[in-house]
Ligand binder design. Sequence first.
Ligand code: ADP
Ligand code: MG
Ligand code: ZN
Length: 608
Amino acid sequence: MKSLIKNILIFLLVFLVIAAIFSSYNFTRPKIKDADIGQLIAQLNNEEVQGVVIEENSLLITLKNGEQEKLQKEQGESFGEIIKNYNVAPEKISSLNIAVKSKSGWAYWSEALLPFLIPFIFIGVFIWFMMRQVQGANNRAMMFGQSGVRETPKNQKDKITFKDVAGVKEAKEDLDEIVEFLKTPKKFVALGAKIPKGALLMGAPGTGKTLLARAVAGEANVPFFHISGSEFVEMFVGVGASRVRDLFTKAKKNAPCIVFIDEIDAVGRQRGAGLGGSHDEREQTLNQILVEMDGFDPNLGIIVLAATNRPDILDPALLRPGRFDRRIVLDLPDINDREAILKIHAKNKPLAAGVTLRKLAERTPGFSGADLANLVNEAAIAAARQNKKIIDEINLLDSIEKVLLGPERKSHLLSDKEKEITAYHEAGHALVAHLLPHTDPVHKISIISRGRAAGYTLKLPEKDRSLKSRQEFVEELAVLLGGQIAEKHFFGDVTTGASNDLREATKIAKKIVTEYGMSEKLGLRTFGEKEELIFLGKEIHEGKDYSEKTAEKIDEEINMFIKNAKETAQKIIGGNEKQMKNIVEKLMKEETIEREAFEKIVGPKPKK
Ligand code: ADP
Ligand code: MG
Ligand code: ZN
Protein backbone atom coordinates (compact mmCIF):
# COMPACT_ATOMS: atom_id res chain seq x y z
CA MET A 1 0.00 0.00 0.00
CA LYS A 2 2.77 2.39 0.92
CA SER A 3 4.63 1.78 -2.29
CA LEU A 4 1.44 2.32 -4.26
CA ILE A 5 1.10 5.79 -2.79
CA LYS A 6 4.76 6.39 -3.51
CA ASN A 7 4.27 5.43 -7.12
CA ILE A 8 1.30 7.71 -7.51
CA LEU A 9 3.37 10.55 -6.09
CA ILE A 10 6.20 9.84 -8.51
CA PHE A 11 3.70 9.76 -11.31
CA LEU A 12 2.25 13.14 -10.36
CA LEU A 13 5.73 14.60 -10.10
CA VAL A 14 6.65 13.42 -13.59
CA PHE A 15 3.41 14.86 -14.86
CA LEU A 16 4.12 18.23 -13.31
CA VAL A 17 7.65 18.35 -14.72
CA ILE A 18 6.41 17.56 -18.22
CA ALA A 19 3.70 20.18 -17.93
CA ALA A 20 6.24 22.73 -16.76
CA ILE A 21 8.56 22.02 -19.68
CA PHE A 22 5.75 22.37 -22.14
CA SER A 23 4.48 25.62 -20.80
CA SER A 24 7.90 27.21 -20.56
CA TYR A 25 8.57 26.13 -24.13
CA ASN A 26 5.50 28.02 -25.24
CA PHE A 27 6.54 31.12 -23.36
CA THR A 28 9.95 31.31 -24.97
CA ARG A 29 8.55 31.41 -28.48
CA PRO A 30 8.31 34.91 -30.04
CA LYS A 31 4.84 36.28 -29.78
CA ILE A 32 2.80 35.89 -32.91
CA LYS A 33 -0.09 38.26 -33.16
CA ASP A 34 -3.37 37.34 -34.72
CA ALA A 35 -4.37 39.46 -37.62
CA ASP A 36 -7.36 39.76 -39.93
CA ILE A 37 -7.57 40.12 -43.67
CA GLY A 38 -8.24 43.85 -43.56
CA GLN A 39 -5.11 44.41 -41.57
CA LEU A 40 -3.10 42.30 -43.99
CA ILE A 41 -4.40 44.21 -47.03
CA ALA A 42 -3.54 47.51 -45.37
CA GLN A 43 -0.08 46.27 -44.54
CA LEU A 44 0.40 45.05 -48.11
CA ASN A 45 -0.69 48.40 -49.47
CA ASN A 46 1.69 50.18 -47.09
CA GLU A 47 4.48 47.84 -48.16
CA GLU A 48 5.11 46.82 -44.58
CA VAL A 49 5.20 43.12 -45.38
CA GLN A 50 8.45 41.26 -45.80
CA GLY A 51 7.16 37.78 -46.62
CA VAL A 52 4.35 35.34 -46.35
CA VAL A 53 4.53 31.63 -45.58
CA ILE A 54 1.48 29.80 -46.66
CA GLU A 55 0.83 26.59 -44.89
CA GLU A 56 -2.47 24.97 -45.72
CA ASN A 57 -5.04 27.47 -44.50
CA SER A 58 -2.82 29.54 -42.29
CA LEU A 59 -0.65 32.42 -43.33
CA LEU A 60 2.41 33.38 -41.36
CA ILE A 61 3.26 36.95 -42.15
CA THR A 62 6.64 38.47 -41.38
CA LEU A 63 6.66 42.24 -41.30
CA LYS A 64 9.61 44.36 -42.24
CA ASN A 65 9.93 45.53 -38.63
CA GLY A 66 10.50 41.92 -37.58
CA GLU A 67 7.10 41.21 -36.08
CA GLN A 68 5.10 38.20 -37.07
CA GLU A 69 1.42 37.66 -37.35
CA LYS A 70 -0.76 34.83 -38.37
CA LEU A 71 -3.98 34.61 -40.14
CA GLN A 72 -6.44 31.93 -41.14
CA LYS A 73 -7.82 31.96 -44.64
CA GLU A 74 -10.84 30.22 -45.93
CA GLN A 75 -10.55 26.65 -47.02
CA GLY A 76 -10.05 26.40 -50.77
CA GLU A 77 -9.39 30.09 -51.30
CA SER A 78 -5.84 30.75 -52.45
CA PHE A 79 -3.68 33.65 -51.32
CA GLY A 80 -3.59 34.92 -54.87
CA GLU A 81 -7.37 35.07 -55.07
CA ILE A 82 -7.62 36.95 -51.83
CA ILE A 83 -5.23 39.56 -53.06
CA LYS A 84 -7.07 39.83 -56.35
CA ASN A 85 -10.40 40.13 -54.60
CA TYR A 86 -9.14 42.98 -52.46
CA ASN A 87 -7.58 44.77 -55.43
CA VAL A 88 -4.06 44.92 -54.11
CA ALA A 89 -1.79 46.33 -56.77
CA PRO A 90 0.40 43.61 -58.35
CA GLU A 91 3.63 45.57 -57.90
CA LYS A 92 3.09 45.58 -54.16
CA ILE A 93 3.15 41.82 -54.29
CA SER A 94 6.13 41.35 -56.52
CA SER A 95 8.62 42.32 -53.85
CA LEU A 96 7.13 39.84 -51.38
CA ASN A 97 8.77 36.56 -50.42
CA ILE A 98 5.99 34.08 -50.79
CA ALA A 99 6.66 30.54 -49.72
CA VAL A 100 4.19 27.72 -49.78
CA LYS A 101 4.82 25.00 -47.26
CA SER A 102 2.92 21.85 -46.98
CA LYS A 103 2.85 20.57 -43.43
CA SER A 104 5.54 18.03 -42.64
CA GLY A 105 4.11 14.60 -41.95
CA TRP A 106 5.35 14.52 -38.39
CA ALA A 107 4.02 17.90 -37.49
CA TYR A 108 0.75 17.19 -39.18
CA TRP A 109 0.19 13.92 -37.45
CA SER A 110 1.39 15.05 -34.11
CA GLU A 111 -0.86 18.03 -34.25
CA ALA A 112 -3.77 15.87 -35.21
CA LEU A 113 -3.15 12.97 -32.89
CA LEU A 114 -1.35 14.33 -29.87
CA PRO A 115 -4.45 15.69 -28.17
CA PHE A 116 -5.94 12.23 -28.34
CA LEU A 117 -2.78 10.37 -27.52
CA ILE A 118 -1.65 12.22 -24.44
CA PRO A 119 -4.43 10.97 -22.18
CA PHE A 120 -3.89 7.47 -23.44
CA ILE A 121 -0.18 7.67 -22.85
CA PHE A 122 -0.77 8.84 -19.32
CA ILE A 123 -3.29 6.14 -18.64
CA GLY A 124 -0.92 3.60 -20.11
CA VAL A 125 1.95 4.73 -17.94
CA PHE A 126 -0.30 4.63 -14.93
CA ILE A 127 -1.46 1.10 -15.65
CA TRP A 128 2.14 0.06 -16.16
CA PHE A 129 2.99 1.38 -12.72
CA MET A 130 0.09 -0.50 -11.21
CA MET A 131 1.09 -3.69 -12.96
CA ARG A 132 4.56 -3.41 -11.59
CA GLN A 133 3.03 -3.10 -8.17
CA VAL A 134 0.94 -6.19 -8.50
CA GLN A 135 3.78 -8.11 -10.05
CA GLY A 136 6.00 -7.33 -7.13
CA ALA A 137 3.52 -9.04 -4.87
CA ASN A 138 2.91 -11.81 -7.32
CA ASN A 139 6.51 -12.42 -8.09
CA ARG A 140 6.52 -15.21 -5.63
CA ALA A 141 3.42 -16.65 -7.17
CA MET A 142 5.07 -16.55 -10.57
CA MET A 143 8.13 -18.35 -9.32
CA PHE A 144 6.03 -20.70 -7.27
CA GLY A 145 7.87 -23.82 -8.08
CA GLN A 146 11.17 -22.47 -6.92
CA SER A 147 10.61 -20.72 -3.66
CA GLY A 148 10.05 -22.22 -0.27
CA VAL A 149 13.35 -24.01 0.12
CA ARG A 150 15.49 -22.50 2.82
CA GLU A 151 19.15 -23.15 2.67
CA THR A 152 21.56 -23.10 5.55
CA PRO A 153 25.03 -23.15 3.99
CA LYS A 154 27.84 -25.09 5.53
CA ASN A 155 30.38 -23.43 7.83
CA GLN A 156 27.63 -21.47 9.51
CA LYS A 157 29.03 -19.49 12.39
CA ASP A 158 26.83 -20.63 15.23
CA LYS A 159 25.77 -23.89 13.72
CA ILE A 160 23.80 -26.41 15.67
CA THR A 161 25.56 -29.65 16.53
CA PHE A 162 24.77 -32.73 18.54
CA LYS A 163 25.85 -31.07 21.75
CA ASP A 164 22.94 -28.64 21.40
CA VAL A 165 20.58 -31.59 21.55
CA ALA A 166 20.25 -33.22 24.94
CA GLY A 167 19.00 -36.72 25.49
CA VAL A 168 17.76 -38.78 22.53
CA LYS A 169 20.87 -40.92 22.81
CA GLU A 170 19.82 -43.71 20.48
CA ALA A 171 18.69 -41.29 17.83
CA LYS A 172 22.04 -39.56 17.93
CA GLU A 173 23.84 -42.86 17.61
CA ASP A 174 21.78 -43.76 14.56
CA LEU A 175 22.40 -40.40 13.02
CA ASP A 176 26.12 -40.63 13.70
CA GLU A 177 26.23 -43.14 10.92
CA ILE A 178 24.67 -40.65 8.54
CA VAL A 179 27.11 -37.98 9.60
CA GLU A 180 29.90 -40.34 8.70
CA PHE A 181 28.39 -41.06 5.28
CA LEU A 182 28.32 -37.38 4.59
CA LYS A 183 31.82 -36.75 5.84
CA THR A 184 33.63 -39.63 4.18
CA PRO A 185 31.42 -41.20 1.55
CA LYS A 186 34.43 -42.75 -0.21
CA LYS A 187 35.13 -45.08 2.67
CA PHE A 188 31.75 -46.72 2.20
CA VAL A 189 31.68 -46.64 -1.58
CA ALA A 190 35.08 -48.35 -1.72
CA LEU A 191 33.59 -51.34 0.01
CA GLY A 192 30.65 -51.39 -2.32
CA ALA A 193 28.22 -50.29 0.34
CA LYS A 194 25.21 -48.33 -0.73
CA ILE A 195 24.73 -45.25 1.35
CA PRO A 196 21.15 -45.02 2.58
CA LYS A 197 19.12 -42.31 0.96
CA GLY A 198 16.80 -41.29 3.67
CA ALA A 199 16.02 -41.39 7.35
CA LEU A 200 12.72 -40.69 8.97
CA LEU A 201 12.65 -38.97 12.35
CA MET A 202 9.57 -39.91 14.29
CA GLY A 203 8.47 -38.49 17.60
CA ALA A 204 5.88 -36.45 19.45
CA PRO A 205 5.73 -32.72 18.71
CA GLY A 206 8.54 -30.81 20.38
CA THR A 207 10.85 -33.75 20.90
CA GLY A 208 13.54 -32.07 18.81
CA LYS A 209 13.15 -33.59 15.35
CA THR A 210 13.80 -30.37 13.51
CA LEU A 211 16.63 -29.52 15.87
CA LEU A 212 18.26 -32.89 15.39
CA ALA A 213 18.08 -32.71 11.61
CA ARG A 214 19.89 -29.39 11.73
CA ALA A 215 22.40 -30.84 14.11
CA VAL A 216 23.23 -33.61 11.62
CA ALA A 217 24.03 -31.01 8.99
CA GLY A 218 26.07 -29.08 11.51
CA GLU A 219 28.01 -32.14 12.60
CA ALA A 220 28.78 -33.19 9.05
CA ASN A 221 29.34 -29.58 8.03
CA VAL A 222 27.26 -29.80 4.88
CA PRO A 223 24.57 -27.49 3.49
CA PHE A 224 21.07 -28.00 4.81
CA PHE A 225 17.99 -27.61 2.61
CA HIS A 226 14.86 -27.23 4.63
CA ILE A 227 11.27 -27.29 3.50
CA SER A 228 8.10 -28.09 5.36
CA GLY A 229 5.60 -30.56 4.01
CA SER A 230 2.80 -28.06 4.29
CA GLU A 231 4.66 -25.72 1.95
CA PHE A 232 4.26 -28.21 -0.84
CA VAL A 233 0.54 -28.07 -0.62
CA GLU A 234 -0.46 -25.01 -2.55
CA MET A 235 -3.52 -23.79 -4.24
CA PHE A 236 -2.52 -25.02 -7.65
CA VAL A 237 -2.05 -28.60 -8.58
CA GLY A 238 1.48 -29.32 -9.70
CA VAL A 239 3.17 -26.62 -7.70
CA GLY A 240 4.18 -29.01 -4.97
CA ALA A 241 5.71 -31.40 -7.48
CA SER A 242 7.70 -28.65 -9.12
CA ARG A 243 8.94 -27.53 -5.73
CA VAL A 244 10.14 -31.02 -5.04
CA ARG A 245 12.00 -31.01 -8.35
CA ASP A 246 13.54 -27.68 -7.55
CA LEU A 247 14.53 -28.84 -4.09
CA PHE A 248 16.37 -31.84 -5.46
CA THR A 249 17.97 -29.88 -8.30
CA LYS A 250 19.41 -27.51 -5.74
CA ALA A 251 20.52 -30.38 -3.57
CA LYS A 252 22.28 -32.14 -6.44
CA LYS A 253 24.25 -29.01 -7.19
CA ASN A 254 25.35 -28.81 -3.57
CA ALA A 255 26.03 -32.45 -2.76
CA PRO A 256 27.02 -33.67 -0.28
CA CYS A 257 24.19 -32.13 1.61
CA ILE A 258 21.07 -32.78 3.62
CA VAL A 259 17.57 -32.30 2.33
CA PHE A 260 15.13 -31.98 5.20
CA ILE A 261 11.41 -32.36 4.67
CA ASP A 262 9.71 -31.34 7.88
CA GLU A 263 6.20 -32.51 8.74
CA ILE A 264 6.21 -34.92 5.86
CA ASP A 265 2.82 -36.30 6.90
CA ALA A 266 1.28 -33.22 5.26
CA VAL A 267 2.11 -34.75 1.87
CA GLY A 268 2.99 -38.29 2.76
CA ARG A 269 -0.36 -39.53 3.95
CA GLN A 270 -1.60 -42.76 2.58
CA ARG A 271 -2.87 -42.21 -0.87
CA GLY A 272 -6.38 -42.88 -1.88
CA ALA A 273 -7.72 -42.39 1.60
CA GLY A 274 -9.16 -38.95 1.44
CA LEU A 275 -11.94 -36.73 0.34
CA GLY A 276 -10.09 -33.44 0.72
CA GLY A 277 -9.80 -31.04 -2.18
CA SER A 278 -6.03 -30.84 -2.15
CA HIS A 279 -5.82 -34.54 -2.41
CA ASP A 280 -4.67 -34.75 -6.01
CA GLU A 281 -2.04 -32.22 -5.29
CA ARG A 282 -0.75 -34.17 -2.35
CA GLU A 283 -0.62 -37.32 -4.38
CA GLN A 284 1.36 -35.67 -7.15
CA THR A 285 3.76 -34.15 -4.69
CA LEU A 286 4.29 -37.45 -2.95
CA ASN A 287 4.86 -39.20 -6.26
CA GLN A 288 7.42 -36.60 -7.17
CA ILE A 289 9.24 -37.14 -3.89
CA LEU A 290 9.33 -40.84 -4.59
CA VAL A 291 10.57 -40.29 -8.13
CA GLU A 292 13.31 -37.93 -6.99
CA MET A 293 14.41 -40.23 -4.23
CA ASP A 294 14.67 -43.13 -6.62
CA GLY A 295 16.33 -40.95 -9.21
CA PHE A 296 19.51 -39.74 -7.65
CA ASP A 297 22.67 -41.74 -7.38
CA PRO A 298 22.93 -43.06 -3.84
CA ASN A 299 26.62 -42.29 -3.75
CA LEU A 300 26.12 -38.66 -4.62
CA GLY A 301 26.01 -37.85 -0.94
CA ILE A 302 22.50 -36.47 -0.63
CA ILE A 303 20.70 -37.67 2.44
CA VAL A 304 17.04 -36.97 2.77
CA LEU A 305 15.82 -36.54 6.32
CA ALA A 306 12.15 -36.26 7.03
CA ALA A 307 10.26 -35.67 10.25
CA THR A 308 6.79 -36.62 11.31
CA ASN A 309 4.77 -37.04 14.45
CA ARG A 310 2.32 -39.31 12.70
CA PRO A 311 4.30 -42.24 11.32
CA ASP A 312 1.16 -44.35 11.46
CA ILE A 313 -0.50 -42.48 8.62
CA LEU A 314 2.45 -42.37 6.24
CA ASP A 315 2.15 -43.95 2.86
CA PRO A 316 3.86 -47.35 2.88
CA ALA A 317 5.65 -46.42 -0.34
CA LEU A 318 7.69 -43.88 1.59
CA LEU A 319 8.89 -46.51 4.00
CA ARG A 320 10.01 -48.97 1.35
CA PRO A 321 13.72 -49.85 1.30
CA GLY A 322 15.69 -47.41 -0.80
CA ARG A 323 13.67 -44.49 0.47
CA PHE A 324 13.26 -43.69 4.14
CA ASP A 325 14.63 -47.00 5.20
CA ARG A 326 16.26 -45.71 8.39
CA ARG A 327 13.70 -44.96 11.01
CA ILE A 328 14.73 -43.02 14.07
CA VAL A 329 12.41 -42.67 17.03
CA LEU A 330 12.64 -39.73 19.40
CA ASP A 331 10.99 -40.39 22.73
CA LEU A 332 9.76 -37.87 25.21
CA PRO A 333 12.71 -37.12 27.50
CA ASP A 334 13.06 -39.04 30.75
CA ILE A 335 14.09 -37.33 33.94
CA ASN A 336 17.82 -37.30 33.15
CA ASP A 337 17.19 -36.03 29.65
CA ARG A 338 14.90 -33.35 30.98
CA GLU A 339 17.59 -32.17 33.33
CA ALA A 340 20.09 -32.07 30.45
CA ILE A 341 17.66 -30.17 28.21
CA LEU A 342 16.96 -27.68 30.99
CA LYS A 343 20.69 -27.23 31.42
CA ILE A 344 21.11 -26.37 27.74
CA HIS A 345 18.34 -23.83 27.81
CA ALA A 346 19.40 -22.31 31.12
CA LYS A 347 22.93 -21.80 29.87
CA ASN A 348 22.77 -18.10 29.17
CA LYS A 349 20.28 -17.31 31.88
CA PRO A 350 21.33 -16.27 35.40
CA LEU A 351 19.67 -18.65 37.84
CA ALA A 352 19.42 -17.91 41.54
CA ALA A 353 21.75 -19.87 43.76
CA GLY A 354 20.07 -22.97 45.05
CA VAL A 355 17.93 -23.59 41.99
CA THR A 356 18.28 -27.23 41.13
CA LEU A 357 17.32 -28.21 37.62
CA ARG A 358 16.90 -31.73 38.91
CA LYS A 359 13.90 -30.63 40.94
CA LEU A 360 12.37 -29.01 37.86
CA ALA A 361 13.02 -32.16 35.90
CA GLU A 362 11.26 -34.16 38.59
CA ARG A 363 8.22 -31.99 38.30
CA THR A 364 7.92 -32.08 34.55
CA PRO A 365 7.16 -35.65 33.51
CA GLY A 366 5.59 -35.75 30.07
CA PHE A 367 7.14 -32.46 29.04
CA SER A 368 8.76 -32.40 25.62
CA GLY A 369 12.01 -30.63 24.86
CA ALA A 370 10.04 -27.75 23.40
CA ASP A 371 7.93 -27.50 26.58
CA LEU A 372 11.08 -27.35 28.67
CA ALA A 373 12.64 -24.68 26.48
CA ASN A 374 9.39 -22.78 26.78
CA LEU A 375 9.35 -23.22 30.56
CA VAL A 376 12.81 -21.70 31.02
CA ASN A 377 11.96 -18.87 28.67
CA GLU A 378 8.70 -18.09 30.47
CA ALA A 379 10.55 -18.02 33.77
CA ALA A 380 13.09 -15.56 32.36
CA ILE A 381 10.29 -13.35 31.06
CA ALA A 382 8.50 -13.44 34.40
CA ALA A 383 11.70 -12.55 36.27
CA ALA A 384 12.41 -9.67 33.90
CA ARG A 385 8.90 -8.33 34.34
CA GLN A 386 9.39 -8.38 38.06
CA ASN A 387 12.59 -6.38 37.53
CA LYS A 388 14.76 -9.11 38.97
CA LYS A 389 18.37 -9.61 37.99
CA ILE A 390 18.21 -13.38 38.38
CA ILE A 391 15.63 -16.07 37.79
CA ASP A 392 14.55 -17.67 41.05
CA GLU A 393 12.91 -20.95 41.81
CA ILE A 394 9.42 -19.50 42.13
CA ASN A 395 9.61 -18.14 38.59
CA LEU A 396 10.58 -21.56 37.33
CA LEU A 397 7.97 -23.49 39.28
CA ASP A 398 5.25 -21.06 38.26
CA SER A 399 6.22 -21.52 34.66
CA ILE A 400 5.60 -25.25 34.89
CA GLU A 401 1.95 -24.56 35.55
CA LYS A 402 1.85 -21.86 32.95
CA VAL A 403 3.13 -24.26 30.31
CA LEU A 404 0.79 -27.00 31.52
CA LEU A 405 -2.42 -25.08 32.00
CA GLY A 406 -2.05 -21.69 30.40
CA PRO A 407 -1.46 -18.36 32.08
CA GLU A 408 -3.09 -17.41 35.36
CA ARG A 409 -6.14 -15.30 35.01
CA LYS A 410 -5.94 -13.12 38.07
CA SER A 411 -8.47 -10.73 36.61
CA HIS A 412 -10.99 -13.54 36.35
CA LEU A 413 -12.55 -12.82 39.69
CA LEU A 414 -14.83 -15.38 41.20
CA SER A 415 -17.58 -14.34 43.55
CA ASP A 416 -17.26 -15.70 47.09
CA LYS A 417 -19.90 -18.30 46.37
CA GLU A 418 -18.18 -19.42 43.16
CA LYS A 419 -14.91 -19.49 44.98
CA GLU A 420 -16.34 -21.76 47.60
CA ILE A 421 -17.83 -24.10 45.02
CA THR A 422 -14.52 -24.21 43.16
CA ALA A 423 -12.71 -24.89 46.42
CA TYR A 424 -14.96 -27.85 47.22
CA HIS A 425 -14.65 -29.10 43.66
CA GLU A 426 -10.85 -29.05 43.72
CA ALA A 427 -10.73 -30.40 47.26
CA GLY A 428 -12.85 -33.29 46.01
CA HIS A 429 -10.37 -34.10 43.24
CA ALA A 430 -7.44 -33.72 45.59
CA LEU A 431 -8.78 -35.81 48.45
CA VAL A 432 -9.86 -38.69 46.24
CA ALA A 433 -6.47 -38.59 44.54
CA HIS A 434 -4.74 -38.53 47.88
CA LEU A 435 -6.58 -41.40 49.50
CA LEU A 436 -6.53 -43.85 46.61
CA PRO A 437 -3.31 -45.88 46.55
CA HIS A 438 -2.49 -46.03 42.84
CA THR A 439 -2.81 -42.39 41.89
CA ASP A 440 -0.11 -39.78 41.45
CA PRO A 441 0.53 -37.63 44.52
CA VAL A 442 -1.08 -34.20 44.65
CA HIS A 443 1.50 -31.46 44.16
CA LYS A 444 -0.67 -28.42 44.26
CA ILE A 445 -4.27 -27.33 44.57
CA SER A 446 -5.35 -23.92 43.42
CA ILE A 447 -8.53 -21.95 42.91
CA ILE A 448 -6.86 -19.33 40.75
CA SER A 449 -8.17 -19.55 37.20
CA ARG A 450 -5.71 -20.75 34.67
CA GLY A 451 -6.43 -21.06 31.01
CA ARG A 452 -9.99 -22.30 30.86
CA ALA A 453 -10.11 -24.02 34.22
CA ALA A 454 -11.59 -22.23 37.24
CA GLY A 455 -9.21 -24.08 39.54
CA TYR A 456 -6.88 -27.01 39.26
CA THR A 457 -5.32 -29.87 41.10
CA LEU A 458 -1.86 -30.73 39.94
CA LYS A 459 -0.83 -34.35 40.29
CA LEU A 460 2.57 -35.52 39.20
CA PRO A 461 3.89 -39.06 38.95
CA GLU A 462 6.80 -40.01 41.16
CA LYS A 463 8.59 -41.69 38.30
CA ASP A 464 8.41 -41.67 34.54
CA ARG A 465 6.50 -44.62 33.28
CA SER A 466 5.11 -45.81 30.06
CA LEU A 467 2.67 -48.50 31.16
CA LYS A 468 -0.53 -47.97 33.06
CA SER A 469 -2.52 -50.63 34.86
CA ARG A 470 -6.25 -51.17 34.95
CA GLN A 471 -6.39 -50.26 38.63
CA GLU A 472 -4.68 -46.95 37.90
CA PHE A 473 -7.28 -46.12 35.27
CA VAL A 474 -10.10 -47.06 37.60
CA GLU A 475 -8.76 -44.80 40.33
CA GLU A 476 -8.14 -41.99 37.88
CA LEU A 477 -11.80 -42.13 36.93
CA ALA A 478 -12.75 -41.70 40.58
CA VAL A 479 -10.44 -38.69 40.87
CA LEU A 480 -12.00 -37.08 37.81
CA LEU A 481 -15.49 -37.51 39.20
CA GLY A 482 -14.44 -36.33 42.67
CA GLY A 483 -14.94 -32.69 41.76
CA GLN A 484 -18.57 -32.93 40.83
CA ILE A 485 -19.38 -35.35 43.62
CA ALA A 486 -17.98 -32.91 46.18
CA GLU A 487 -20.19 -30.17 44.76
CA LYS A 488 -23.22 -32.42 44.98
CA HIS A 489 -22.40 -33.60 48.49
CA PHE A 490 -21.90 -30.17 50.01
CA PHE A 491 -24.27 -28.01 48.00
CA GLY A 492 -26.88 -30.51 46.84
CA ASP A 493 -26.45 -29.22 43.31
CA VAL A 494 -23.81 -29.30 40.58
CA THR A 495 -22.34 -26.65 38.28
CA THR A 496 -20.92 -26.52 34.77
CA GLY A 497 -17.41 -26.61 36.22
CA ALA A 498 -17.23 -30.36 35.82
CA SER A 499 -17.98 -30.75 32.12
CA ASN A 500 -14.34 -31.14 31.22
CA ASP A 501 -13.84 -33.75 33.93
CA LEU A 502 -16.80 -35.71 32.66
CA ARG A 503 -15.62 -35.65 29.06
CA GLU A 504 -12.20 -36.83 30.12
CA ALA A 505 -13.69 -39.57 32.30
CA THR A 506 -15.90 -40.80 29.50
CA LYS A 507 -12.95 -40.90 27.15
CA ILE A 508 -10.89 -42.95 29.57
CA ALA A 509 -13.72 -45.35 30.32
CA LYS A 510 -14.28 -45.88 26.63
CA LYS A 511 -10.62 -46.60 26.05
CA ILE A 512 -10.53 -49.06 28.92
CA VAL A 513 -13.30 -51.02 27.29
CA THR A 514 -12.67 -50.64 23.57
CA GLU A 515 -8.92 -50.25 23.25
CA TYR A 516 -7.15 -51.82 26.17
CA GLY A 517 -9.21 -54.94 26.59
CA MET A 518 -9.56 -54.26 30.31
CA SER A 519 -13.22 -55.12 30.60
CA GLU A 520 -13.80 -58.67 31.80
CA LYS A 521 -17.24 -58.92 30.26
CA LEU A 522 -16.17 -57.96 26.76
CA GLY A 523 -12.89 -59.76 26.75
CA LEU A 524 -9.60 -59.38 25.07
CA ARG A 525 -10.31 -57.57 21.91
CA THR A 526 -10.61 -54.06 20.57
CA PHE A 527 -13.74 -52.50 19.24
CA GLY A 528 -13.92 -50.10 16.38
CA GLU A 529 -11.46 -49.66 13.57
CA LYS A 530 -9.72 -46.35 13.56
CA GLU A 531 -9.46 -45.07 10.09
CA GLU A 532 -8.36 -41.70 9.04
CA LEU A 533 -10.47 -39.82 6.60
CA ILE A 534 -8.74 -36.80 5.36
CA PHE A 535 -11.39 -34.21 5.13
CA LEU A 536 -10.86 -30.59 6.01
CA GLY A 537 -7.59 -31.31 7.71
CA LYS A 538 -8.24 -34.35 9.79
CA GLU A 539 -11.03 -36.24 11.22
CA ILE A 540 -11.11 -39.63 12.75
CA HIS A 541 -13.77 -41.82 11.48
CA GLU A 542 -14.48 -44.90 13.44
CA GLY A 543 -15.55 -47.89 11.49
CA LYS A 544 -17.76 -50.23 13.45
CA ASP A 545 -16.49 -53.76 13.47
CA TYR A 546 -19.02 -55.12 15.94
CA SER A 547 -22.73 -55.74 16.10
CA GLU A 548 -25.44 -53.56 17.56
CA LYS A 549 -25.78 -56.00 20.41
CA THR A 550 -22.12 -55.59 21.29
CA ALA A 551 -22.52 -51.82 21.04
CA GLU A 552 -25.09 -52.01 23.80
CA LYS A 553 -22.75 -54.09 25.91
CA ILE A 554 -19.95 -51.59 25.38
CA ASP A 555 -22.17 -48.79 26.57
CA GLU A 556 -23.13 -50.82 29.59
CA GLU A 557 -19.53 -51.52 30.45
CA ILE A 558 -18.56 -47.87 30.09
CA ASN A 559 -21.42 -46.92 32.37
CA MET A 560 -20.39 -49.59 34.82
CA PHE A 561 -16.85 -48.24 35.09
CA ILE A 562 -18.16 -44.73 35.61
CA LYS A 563 -20.70 -45.86 38.16
CA ASN A 564 -18.08 -47.74 40.18
CA ALA A 565 -15.80 -44.73 40.07
CA LYS A 566 -18.63 -42.55 41.29
CA GLU A 567 -19.28 -44.84 44.22
CA THR A 568 -15.62 -44.87 45.17
CA ALA A 569 -15.48 -41.09 45.11
CA GLN A 570 -18.73 -40.75 47.04
CA LYS A 571 -17.45 -43.05 49.73
CA ILE A 572 -14.23 -41.09 50.13
CA ILE A 573 -15.84 -37.68 50.16
CA GLY A 574 -18.79 -38.68 52.31
CA GLY A 575 -16.50 -40.36 54.81
CA ASN A 576 -14.05 -37.47 55.14
CA GLU A 577 -16.20 -34.38 55.47
CA LYS A 578 -13.97 -32.94 58.13
CA GLN A 579 -10.86 -33.15 55.99
CA MET A 580 -12.73 -31.69 53.02
CA LYS A 581 -13.74 -28.71 55.12
CA ASN A 582 -10.18 -28.23 56.33
CA ILE A 583 -8.84 -28.20 52.77
CA VAL A 584 -11.54 -25.77 51.65
CA GLU A 585 -10.89 -23.46 54.56
CA LYS A 586 -7.22 -23.25 53.69
CA LEU A 587 -7.96 -22.82 49.99
CA MET A 588 -10.39 -19.97 50.67
CA LYS A 589 -7.73 -18.26 52.74
CA GLU A 590 -4.67 -18.83 50.59
CA GLU A 591 -6.02 -19.80 47.16
CA THR A 592 -3.26 -22.33 46.61
CA ILE A 593 -1.97 -25.21 48.70
CA GLU A 594 1.36 -26.85 48.01
CA ARG A 595 2.08 -30.50 48.61
CA GLU A 596 3.64 -30.10 52.08
CA ALA A 597 0.79 -27.99 53.42
CA PHE A 598 -1.73 -30.36 51.90
CA GLU A 599 -0.17 -33.38 53.55
CA LYS A 600 -0.19 -31.55 56.87
CA ILE A 601 -3.98 -31.40 56.62
CA VAL A 602 -4.67 -34.88 55.32
CA GLY A 603 -1.64 -36.87 56.45
CA PRO A 604 0.83 -38.67 54.20
CA LYS A 605 -0.37 -40.55 51.16
CA PRO A 606 -1.23 -44.17 51.98
CA LYS A 607 1.22 -46.73 50.61
CA LYS A 608 0.16 -49.09 47.85
P1 ADP B 1 9.88 -30.96 16.68
O1 ADP B 1 10.43 -30.64 15.35
O2 ADP B 1 10.14 -32.37 17.13
O3 ADP B 1 8.44 -30.61 16.86
P2 ADP B 1 11.76 -29.01 17.48
O4 ADP B 1 13.00 -29.63 17.01
O5 ADP B 1 11.20 -27.92 16.64
O6 ADP B 1 10.65 -30.08 17.76
O7 ADP B 1 12.01 -28.49 18.95
C1 ADP B 1 11.56 -27.24 19.37
C2 ADP B 1 12.52 -26.65 20.36
O8 ADP B 1 12.54 -27.40 21.56
C3 ADP B 1 13.94 -26.66 19.88
O9 ADP B 1 14.21 -25.52 19.13
C4 ADP B 1 14.74 -26.69 21.17
O10 ADP B 1 14.88 -25.40 21.66
C5 ADP B 1 13.84 -27.45 22.09
N1 ADP B 1 14.24 -28.86 22.18
C6 ADP B 1 13.51 -29.92 21.82
N2 ADP B 1 14.15 -31.06 22.05
C7 ADP B 1 15.36 -30.72 22.57
C8 ADP B 1 16.49 -31.47 23.01
N3 ADP B 1 16.50 -32.80 22.97
N4 ADP B 1 17.54 -30.79 23.46
C9 ADP B 1 17.54 -29.44 23.51
N5 ADP B 1 16.51 -28.69 23.11
C10 ADP B 1 15.41 -29.31 22.65
MG1 MG C 1 9.49 -29.64 13.86
ZN1 ZN D 1 -12.67 -30.68 38.00
